[in-house]
Design a binder for this molecule. Sequence first.
Ligand code: AMP
Length: 191
Amino acid sequence: MKLIFLGPPGAGKGTQAQRIEEAYDIRQLSTGDMLRAAVAAETEIGKQAKDIMARGDLVPDEVVVGIISDRIEQADCKNGFILDGFPRNVAQAEALDAMLVNKNIALDAVIELAVDPDVLIGRILKRAEESADGPRADDTEEALQHRLRVYEEQTAPVAEFYASKGILKTLDGMQEMDEVTQQINAVLKEI
Ligand code: AMP
């Protein structure tokens, strides 16, 4: 099963993707996690991404497109994958389309978690407080506001892109986590 999870920061994509990863034995591919690992390891990509991420801007498309293109070819993605945090703009969605055609892979569904923007900042600040690793560099209120603006301007149009292809499923991300998981499972049963 090949899936995309879409939704603003704090919508619960990561948590839901982890649950679905386990239940269906498919890999969660979070570009944010991969980039944070690159920053921590001080690789070339990490050095390039560090300041951009701390501000809440998007790293260049070719960087993330390259990462995903390599990653989905690895053996652990044979059974499928969940793209979490990618694509983040329409150019990335178009690059992904071309890449999948090339690799002869079809997407099964794009699942969007719709959340009231007013609750997101509170949710993320709470997550940052509770995180065992401490807050992320981009969990400051200023960077958060910026991440939400970037989402509205650049990522929200990605939902339209997939709606026009008929594979977008929008779910209510304001429900309890277990209810959201149930709704995702119901969508996945149908495909
Ligand atoms: P996330 O963990 O998904 O919230 O991502 C954290 C940060 O990593 C984002 O604010 C961006 O700076 C960067 N990032 C993650 N995924 C992408 C992507 N697909 N395109 C560009 N930048 C990304």
